[in-house]
Design a protein around this ligand. Structure first.
Ligand code: NAG
Ligand code: NAG
Ligand code: NAG
Ligand code: NAG
Ligand code: NAG
Length: 725
């Protein structure tokens, strides 16, 4: 519901307490204050409950919680399908009415519709300064100015000129253009220029390793690569190994730097600003726009093992996902979107295009300049979020985790009383929000400052890319005062599958299927996940719909393995295991492959790590356990008894509880792993000691003595969750 009026005068209470008082006395006093606030808040609740009740209509939230969000269909014996229940919105209808089928048509439509409105904004970088740090190093920091906006008309003009320029360079329909560049307005313009020409965009993450970049450029035979002054050095390194590359299109750095003459071997260097200046029109071959089924993007995903795979996405795929995103987004006029995630990820590209569909302006930013405290922002300078004051943003768990840590740290530093009060008021706010009430006073007092961290106006946030832990989800949505939606999707399904509703207060779930997208659960017998499971059907998730990709580039076998068509619907086998709750909301519970993606996106292959660590002398047998919402793995270790005896005289059951022995064993395992080329995330950060033998009879290993992870995890569930908590 709300904050107690008692809060404001209490701020900064401990620091003001006179020094030299007896600690006991201070403790008692603070305790009294805390208790008083509890009492006041309770009194306030009773007094104002009826007012709030009629003001916030909490029954609507309860009605939402009781409703179902997907229709279940049992057509097959081995599988169950869930359909979306949402209806097309006005903007969905608009897309249909205008027959928009390609990104090119979308772009032409919106630039006509919104004409002179602001479209893309770039923040000026006025200069660079070297700032000495306390540790003696100096960091380069930016002096930042205001946002400068291009209108829809200007963007359209620029796209047209760049498209003409590309064609004049021979980059017309059927060619492939790779983009290796940070997120910025010109990225978007370049991609749209390629779409205009029916050229395929090959997207590469700027942090993809050289081998990955070479592989992608070689495989797609890209004729041109677009880069900026900041990424051109990478192109220089890989150039000798990419014989197909003919043209390098070079953008200026955002910071005012002089551009030296770049030598790129036999490659022709074309400056982006020359393209924008235009070419004489008689040199330009005619434009051939793409059609719905033409390949718009080949996205290289940072693969876990081996070479990255190129996922081919057609215009139809992109439009289908965009339709789904637009359907859930409750955009309003006057909204602003802050773009800082890599545009090489299709979700960011779609989110931005969806915003433009509504005429919402996009301000570009980067992780290094997002907030006041970001690494490249000069002290005293405002971060991008504080200048732009966005209302919409996308996020990834890693960013939220950072916010989470900084909030928790700040609170810890304030002393126990502040910490306890903060905890109390957070629980208080969560409690009332669960019941369907709002807490305007708390939003405006205690959480105001945290909210201002991101500009203070964010009203909708979407998190995707990796699972979000329940704790982070609760704390960030409560403190930043924003409904935080969690999405699930893969590049192969054009980033979309399910998204949670802003009204959904639960955590750990990923939402109901989006409009036009089907979710199928299929029995996975080996893993013992069945659609007949109680209380919820479980199984491997297959995603179906127009958003499912054309396939992997030049990997026909793999494409046929993972994609299939049935009754006119294209499906992708995700390899994730999920369960669908009674209200039609999906929860991801496991992964089919023996591979875990940790919180920050690194993969750990259980099999590989176990096979190495099993050879460690102290280890008799070992089973790795991971949680994708955490950034480390735990090992359940069955120790070698004789080796254990040489470390400690204690018996095994005693050792299980003994922190010292555990630490010693862990250290030994880590040292061993390191010397055998395991990297940091692969090394277990904690261990659980197993007491009893793992035998086929006890169900812990198979007849061939392979470990059975699920059984082991279940058996030691208590110890594992204690560590992860
Ligand atoms: C667009 O380019 C592709 C090759 O990438 C080609 O197969 C297709 O026919 C082109 N579409 C049109 C409408 O020309
Ligand atoms: C790329 O292709 C060229 C020749 O086609 C070859 O020499 C080079 O080794 C290839 N590089 C990779 C990483 O495949
Ligand atoms: C960020 O810095 C600006 C300028 O120094 C200041 O006005 C603003 O309050 C700061 N915001 C936060 C959240 O600290
Ligand atoms: C997060 O909040 C939800 C709803 O308020 C609650 O059910 C859940 O237990 C919370 N999770 C944690 C880890 O506190
Ligand atoms: C307060 O914060 C919650 C999210 O924590 C949000 O849903 C609500 O709209 C905010 N209320 C106001 C008045 O800002």
């Amino acid at each position: 519901m709300m904050a107690t009026q008692g809060v404001a005068p209490m701020e900064g209470r401990d620091e003001k307490a006179p020094k030299g008082w007896l600690d006991k006395c201070k403790y008692a006093l603070l305790k009294l204050v805390v208790v008083m606030i509890y009492v006041v808040s309770h009194l306030y609740d009773y007094a104002f409950y009826p007012v709030y009740f009629f003001y916030y209509h909490p029954w609507r939230v309860r009605r939402y919680q009781k409703s179902t969000h997907a229709r279940r269909e049992d057509l097959e014996r081995e599988a169950v399908i869930f359909h979306s229940l949402t209806e097309p919105t006005q903007v969905n209808q608009e897309m249909l009415d205008h027959g928009l089928q390609t990104m090119e048509q979308v772009f032409n439509h919106i630039s006509k519709k919104y004409g002179s409105q602001d479209c893309l904004g770039t923040r000026q970088i006025l200069g660079e300064e070297e700032e000495p740090q306390p540790n003696g190093k100096t960091f380069v920091k930016y002096v930042l100015g205001r946002y400068e906006w291009r209108s829809f008309n200007q963007v359209e003009e620029e796209v047209r000129r760049v498209a003409d320029g590309l064609r004049a360079q021979g980059l017309h329909h059927g060619t492939r253009v790779a983009i290796l560049c940070e997120t910025r307005a010109e990225w978007m313009i370049m991609a749209n220029a390629c779409f205009q020409n029916n050229a395929t965009v090959v997207t590469l993450y700027t942090n993809l390793g050289n081998d990955g970049v070479i592989h992608a450029i070689n495989e797609t035979e890209a004729a041109a690569v677009v880069c900026s002054q900041d990424t051109v050095s990478k192109i220089q390194e890989i150039l000798p190994k990419c014989p197909h590359l003919q043209t390098v299109i070079l953008m200026k750095a955002l910071a005012p730097k002089s551009m030296h003459n770049v030598k790129l071997g036999a490659c022709k260097v074309v400056r982006y600003h020359e393209l924008v200046q235009g070419v004489p029109s008689d040199h330009v071959p005619p434009r051939k726009p793409p059609q719905a089924n033409d390949c718009a993007i080949i996205m290289y995903t940072s693969g876990s093992t081996g070479n990255p795979k190129g996922v081919m996405l057609s215009h139809k795929n992109l439009l289908s996902s965009m339709t789904a995103l637009i359907n859930i987004a409750q955009f309003r006029p006057g909204d602003r979107y802050i773009a800082y995630l890599p545009l090489a990820h299709v979700l960011e590209l779609l989110a931005e295009t969806s915003c433009l569909m509504y005429g919402i302006k996009i301000g570009y930013s980067s992780a290094a300049t997002l907030t006041n405290k970001s690494t490249k922002v000069k002290a005293g300078c405002k971060g991008d979020a504080n200048v732009l004051r966005p209302t919409l943003m996308c996020s990834v768990p890693m960013v939220l985790e950072r916010i989470y840590k900084s909030i928790v740290d700040t609170m810890k530093r304030q002393g126990w009383a502040a910490e306890e009060l903060f905890e109390y008021l957070m629980q208080y706010k969560m409690k009332w929000e669960d019941r369907g009430f709002d807490t305007p006073l708390l939003n405006k007092t205690l959480f105001r400052k945290i909210r201002y961290f991101l500009g203070g106006r964010v009203r909708l946030m979407l998190s995707g890319g990796a699972p979000l832990s329940s704790d982070t989800h609760n704390l960030t949505r409560t403190c930043i005062c924003v409904p935080l939606m969690q999405g699930y999707g893969l590049t192969e399904t054009t980033a979309c599958a399910t998204v949670t509703n802003p009204k959904d207060r639960t955590t750990g779930r990923v939402g109901a299927p989006l409009m036009g997208i089907k979710i199928k659960l299929v029995n996975w017998d080996e893993g013992n996940y069945l659609i007949s499971d109680e209380p919820h059907p479980r199984g491997e998730i297959h995603v179906g719909g127009d958003n499912v990709a054309l396939g992997y580039f030049k990997m026909e076998e793999k494409t046929n393995e993972d994609f299939y068509e049935k009754n006119g619907v294209r499906w992708f086998k995700t390899g994730d295991i999920g369960e669908v709750h009674a209200d039609g909301v999906l929860k991801i519970i496991d992964r089919k492959k023996d591979l875990i993606k940790l919180q920050h996106g690194e993969y750990v292959s259980y099999g590989k790590v176990e096979s190495v660590l099993k050879t460690c002398p102290i280890v008799e047998n070992i089973c790795l356990v991971g949680d994708s919402s955490k950034d480390y793995v735990i090992a359940v270790v069955l120790p070698d008894k004789t080796k254990l005896n040489s470390i400690t005289p204690k018996s095994l059951p005693e050792c299980v509880q003994d922190e010292k022995v555990l630490a010693q064993i862990l250290k030994e395992i880590q040292t061993f792993g390191k010397s055998n080329d395991l990297n940091k995330v692969e090394l277990p950060a904690k261990i659980v000691l197993a007491q009893d033998e793992w035998t086929p009879e006890s169900g812990m290993v198979t007849a061939a003595f392979k470990i059975r992870r699920r059984q082991i995890t279940q058996k030691y569930e208590k110890e594992i969750s204690k560590i992860y908590k």
